[in-house]
Design a protein around this ligand. Sequence first.
Ligand SMILES: Cc1ncc(COP(=O)(O)O)c(C=O)c1O
Length: 396
Amino acid sequence: MRPPLTSYQSRIESELARVRESGHHRTLRVIDSPQGPIVKTHDGDKINFCSNDYLGLANHPRLRSAAIDAMDRYGLGSGASQLVSGRSGAHVSLEEKLCEFTGRDRAILFSTGYQANLSIATVLSLGRNGEIVEDRLNHASLIDGAKLSGSRLRRYRHKDVSSLEEMLSQSKHKQMLVLTDTVFSMDGDIAPLKEIAAISARHAALFCVDDAHALGVLGEGGRGALEEFKLSQTDVPVMVGTFGKALGCFGAFAAGTDPIIEFLVQKARPFIYTTALPATICAAVEAALGLLREEAWRREQLFDRINYLRTCARDVCLPLGDSRTPIQPLIVGSAANACALSEGLYSDGIFVAAIRPPTVPLGTSRLRITLSSSHSREHIDRLIAALLRQRKFWQR
Ligand SMILES: Cc1ncc(COP(=O)(O)O)c(C=O)c1O
């Protein structure tokens, strides 16, 4: 006989107790204002150093009015998946703009980056005949997609091209898919993309990148890591970009060769079986692409703030990780330490969430400090001063 439902629930409660004891329990904080350098919380205003709104576009008037105009024309909900009746002129127009922006032949929109990455891994690995080889520190969605795909999954040492090459040369699979984040989401460091592209080509593996944290940030025109590294569609036949970070919106896309994108449209379950992005979002993303072109000062200001933070950190021996992107990790070791540091800063008016396992490897809990062009230098001075008051949690 099955145990009663109450015993199922008590099992869940004891699992929850275990999560709490391990220091990995997560809480949901509520923000009562738009995203920006300062946010309103139930505990007062805080300087926000944990948003991915790298260019300060999440509440930009031009994005808001583009969304409102699209709402007047298309309404709010998209009503169905893109393959049924959810695809509007705003979707088509954004895809065209993304092709121009990325220099890729064709693009397709996804409702989230998570779904885009699940799609890439499940569809392009070609199931049981394929093998997926990916960086150990890739975003969870690329790892989850690989697990779901039925293909063999191998994870090479972080940014280690010899480990990648060894795995590709050992593989007995007919098809191999190489996946990497361009900018790693928890460390802010950058994958050796040119080398990975060359190795993938040598082994006839399909190379795909997730450019979530580089799009809008890296490259002369803010076109992302592939622009910075001058990698063409031949080098990287398919890429994923997201709209929820530097572009200040929500959603994602994949861009690449026509057959790859068509194959995703035909086969990707996270594309087929989900409601389309609202047209309002598509219009706002298109406005954000326009601002990237017109307002290069945002990127310049962002890099000024990154350099300023790193200089201040060096002056006070704050051990930030090695990163030249808006993601500046402060690794403090235990989950308890990271939580105590985050809470101490929060009481002092600074909002930086603690990042703990399983998001990062055990013993590398951290504050993932993120910068935006909308931060002033004074905001950074206040962060440094608050960190100095909490130095017992990070001083080595
Ligand atoms: C590298 C990376 N890829 C993909 C995603 C998922 O994107 P989305 O938030 O649009 O689901 C994230 C985080 O959100 C990310 O950091």
